[in-house]
Design a binder for this molecule. Structure first.
Ligand code: WTA
Length: 654
């Protein structure tokens, strides 16, 4: 009988990959001494903070006296845009900051000096509209160059940006604008997606019907479509910036002044406005970007995340720019005009580091290797993943097909709340194992604990807890500090003893060598006949089957076993599902972990716009509950089909 308080660690993965010798030779960080240095984490982070252009130095590295509300680099002042722009515009003005690739094939090249001038112009424009230090500005845009310009223009003024992903509904936008009391909204006429246009301005107008705080809306013309203009309130971006000067002194901000608010969905209703501040966040994003990607001056780096997610904030904008990197920004989807678009972009710009999400990798697997094989991917050096656990088979495919066996994979675990990467390999130091985000980065500390907060020995699983403050940690939840303490700190901290542990919400296990394996949110752990089984591990066993591209597993209520394992399986292109295949796939999973009670083939599992599978919805379908709102899904049309097949399957089982 399993221990009810920990998670059973069932899936075993024994393949190992050492860093390539040539990389070990050339990388700046190539020895595990860095972990020893990270042991004295305050001294370690202080050393990394020094090279940035601060206006006033700090008196203290960390003030943890108000735990769990941290203060880093107290007394120091800076403006993050000086780290991101001015110093590079001075030293390498013609270096490319962004290669922009439009979905329709149009492109723009933006140097550091161009970017600084544009940011200054827009900062002046926002100032003309009355935006001041500490004001909140909401941004609702497509992936175009004006998107990073908008963030940076806010930061230049010391205004706080609150980005709302351009795929969100007017409802979601309005809630976020109101919670942040945004004074200005920056949007575009339309965004492009999969050969179509989305009327962002019209969606914003709908949202604004119930937002009283907004004084102005700045509209960037992306497609030039006619849009509704509210006199006095709405301002054309081009008209606004063209009358401004390209210089603007950067506002002096304290290290702990808020830089941004980013809303993340909670398990219950109201989204949480995660607040990040300036100094610590910037140092964290910059150094992790540098070290995890072994960044070199001549690299061309591409993170496919939308800037509307934290990955885009930290690893499309702040980290890469502060490092003076050259990045690619791509406006559209991976299968427009065809399924080889990403590989064509890598070939075109000679991309060296590619950072994407497991959901995309599984989609590429489903489409097949013919698409990447049409292109020259020899420029790639390092591959990264983020956003959810990656199944070993997807990891291997990424390594073999995209990396051609040559590129180390950095599986980076972190969250909106952590601000930057926390658990990840260092490409020239760490031996990697498919599916494992191996260990906390230097200066970061994590543990796996059982429900009582006791550390679980190697070989076991439990809850992932972070037991030491870090630079980019969320400082609070906007307008709700109590919720911040309750959600993240209450469960495993003992304030009386001065012991603070952040609970990430994720389950994890550690193998005999101390490698971490993330097992997804603890709410996604099933309890089948008293065994606590991670849905992820069953999925990985399913994806091991050569015909399976993607699997989503949930625990469906069952009167006998508590929960039964229900699997939704997507087959690779060209494979036809039938009863024989169901039996075969089921036996394969049984041999590795546990036999799913039911398997339903689906074209595609239902996914959120950030690519995460909506497991709650699959549970509702399996337990034949009435379904809630599905319009936020990227593929709402699959729901009906899945429901039909699940009902059929349930009948067969009776
Ligand atoms: C999951 C994204 C396993 C995890 C940066 C976390 C991961 C949540 C990984 C945060 C990874 C992210 N391996 N799981 N490498 N990266 N996650 O806030 O459940 O959008 O808690 O931040 O994604 O998602 P968020």
């Amino acid at each position: 009988m399993a221990d009810n308080r920990a998670i059973d660690a069932l899936y075993e993965e024994n393949r190992k990959f050492a860093p390539p010798p040539a990389l070990v030779k050339s990388a700046k960080t190539n020895s595990d001494e860095i972990y020893t240095k990270g042991g004295d984490f305050q001294a370690f982070w202080e050393e990394r903070a020094r090279p940035l252009p601060w206006k006033t130095p700090w008196s203290r590295v960390l003030d943890w006296s108000g735990a769990p509300f941290a203060k880093w680099f107290t007394g120091a002042t800076l403006n993050v845009t000086e780290s991101c722009l001015d110093r590079h515009a001075a030293q390498t003005p013609t270096k490319v900051a962004y290669y922009f690739e439009g979905e329709e094939g149009d492109s723009r090249t933006i140097t550091y000096s161009d970017l600084l001038e544009e940011v200054n112009r827009f900062a002046n424009g926002l100032a003309e509209l009355g935006v001041q230090k500490g004001d909140r500005v909401a941004i609702y845009m497509g992936m175009i160059p004006e998107f990073p310009v908008a963030l940076l223009a806010c930061a230049r003024l010391g205004a706080i940006h609150s980005i709302v992903f351009g795929g969100f509904s007017p409802e979601a936008l309005a809630d976020r604008i109101n919670d942040a009391k945004a004074k200005v909204v920056i949007t575009c006429d339309q965004s492009r997606r999969k050969g179509q246009t989305v009327d962002l301005k019209a969606l914003a107008d709908t949202a604004l019907e119930r937002c009283d705080s907004v004084e102005h809306v700045v509209v960037v013309a992306r497609t030039g479509a006619e849009v509704n203009r509210v006199p006095k309130r709405d301002v054309d971006y081009e008209q606004l910036v063209s009358r401004q000067k390209p210089i603007r002194a950067a506002a002096e901000c304290s290290s702990e002044d808020p830089l941004l608010i980013l809303y993340t969905s909670g398990t219950t209703g109201k989204p949480k406005g995660i607040v990040h501040t300036s100094g610590g966040y910037l140092v964290g994003a910059t150094t992790t970007h540098q070290e995890v990607f072994d960044l070199k001056p001549e690299d061309v780096y591409w993170c496919t995340a939308d800037i509307g997610w934290i990955t885009g904030h930290s690893y499309v904008v702040y980290g890469p720019l502060a490092n003076g990197a050259t990045s690619v920004i791509y406006e559209g989807v991976a299968d427009y005009p065809d399924k080889d678009r990403f590989w064509a972009i890598i070939e075109k710009y000679r991309v060296t580091q590619f950072y994407t999400a497991p959901t995309s990798i599984r989609t590429f697997m489903k489409w097949g290797k013919a698409y990447p094989e049409e292109h020259d991917l020899s420029s790639l050096r390092i591959l990264g993943t983020v956003g959810e656990p990656i199944n070993p088979e997807a990891w291997m495919w990424y390594r073999d097909v995209i990396g051609q066996g040559r590129c180390p994979i950095v599986d980076t675990w972190w969250q909106t709340e952590t601000g930057h990467m926390m658990i990840s390999p260092l490409p020239a130091v760490t031996e990697t194992k498919p599916g494992s985000a191996p260990k906390p980065l230097p200066g970061i500390s994590a543990d796996i604990v059982d429900d009582d907060g006791n550390s679980v020995p190697f070989g076991g699983g439990g809850c992932l807890a972070l037991d030491q403050p870090w630079l980019g940690m969320a400082r609070t939840i906007s307008n709700d500090p109590n919720r911040f303490v309750e959600t993240y700190w209450a469960r495993f901290s003992s304030p009386g003893e001065g012991r603070w542990r952040y609970f990430a919400g994720d389950g994890a296990k550690r193998d005999a060598n101390g490698y971490f394996w993330l097992l997804r949110r603890v709410d996604d752990v099933m309890n089948v006949s008293g065994h606590r089984i991670s849905t992820l591990e069953v999925e990985s066993a399913l994806v091991d089957h050569p015909t399976v591209a993607e699997a989503a597993v949930i625990g469906r209520a069952n009167p006998i076993t508590g929960q039964a394992t229900a699997a939704f399986v997507t087959l690779k292109a060209g494979v036809k599902g039938n009863e024989t295949l169901i039996a075969e796939v089921r036996e394969q999973a049984a041999g590795k972990i546990a036999r799913p009670a039911s398997i339903v083939f689906t074209e595609d599992p239902p996914k959120t716009r950030s690519g995460k599978i909506m497991r709650r919805l699959l549970r509702d379908i399996s337990e034949q509950r009435k379904l809630g709102d599905v319009t936020t899904l990227t593929n709402a049309d699959v729901v009906q089909e899945i429901t039909k097949r699940a009902q059929l399957q349930a009948k067969l089982e009776e």
